[in-house]
Design a protein around this ligand. Structure first.
Ligand SMILES: Nc1ncnc2c1ncn2[C@@H]1O[C@H](COP(=O)(O)OP(=O)(O)O)[C@@H](O)[C@H]1O
Ligand SMILES: [Mg+2]
Length: 208
């Protein structure tokens, strides 16, 4: 058994063709909340993996609490290869469309959560995934992917995003892309403090 990754949330061990992903407690969280969170994410990930309509790990077993056993995908992360092979963004677009047509929102679409094996792209890390038919949720998934491209792949980000969008053709493409513009406009508002939009989340100024 070899530890192959230790992220903020989980320890990933590999034993032959098997991966064991175990979510570890966070000491700063209240123990009951911590357990509930790990349970929810483990169940969610196992459920989505089991119904995945695109290449990904196969679910072997889960304890529905903190551990998932799945098949290993041996190959580099897209994060390591996209700069040299930006055309792979086309396939990411096609796969994301299929995911969204099955009403699965990934929740953490980054090139660190995609692996390349035998010229096939596999999506992984479904701990923040959920089932949703909402246009908004699909648009936000795309928005997060664009942000990931801008921060991790600035040399090819524009080209890769263009190729991604060209090939992102879910049934509700037009509605999602229209909503995406609104999501991005909202993001821009947040980035400019002088142009803040009124929002229910903002604290009401104290009356003097
Ligand atoms: N099924 C798998 N096959 C091969 N490597 C995997 C697999 N699942 C996870 N990994 C490796 O472990 C890393 C972290 O796993 P991930 O599911 O993304 O958890 P985290 O929430 O910590 O990001 C991945 O970036 C990848 O390198
Ligand atoms: Mg990850």
């Amino acid at each position: 058994m070899t530890i192959i990754a230790q992220g903020a949330e989980a320890i990933i061990e590999q034993e032959g063709d098997t991966i064991i992903k175990k979510r570890i407690p966070k000491r700063y969280r209240h123990p009951q909340i911590d357990l509930a969170l790990r349970k929810a994410r483990t169940r969610r990930e196992a459920k989505v993996i089991a119904k995945l309509p695109i290449p990904g790990p196969q679910l072997i077993t889960t304890n529905n609490t903190d551990t998932i056993t799945m098949t290993a995908i041996n190959g580099p992360k897209l994060a390591e290869v996209l700069d040299n092979q930006p055309l792979l963004a086309k396939t990411i677009g096609t796969l994301t469309a299929t995911l969204h047509d099955h009403n699965i929102i990934h929740g953490d679409l980054t090139t660190s959560n995609m692996l390349l094996h035998n010229n096939t792209i596999y999506f992984i890390d479904f701990g923040l995934s959920f089932f949703s038919t909402r246009i908004e949720d699909k648009a936000v998934d795309i928005h997060l992917f664009k942000q990931a491209l801008d921060s991790k792949h600035h040399l090819v980000a524009t080209q890769a995003y263009h190729l991604f969008l060209e090939n992102y053709r879910p049934k509700e493409r037009e509605a999602i892309l229209t909503r995406l513009k609104q999501v991005q406009a909202r993001g821009r508002y947040k980035a400019t403090p002088s142009k803040k939009q009124p929002s229910s989340k903002q604290p009401t100024p104290k009356k003097q």
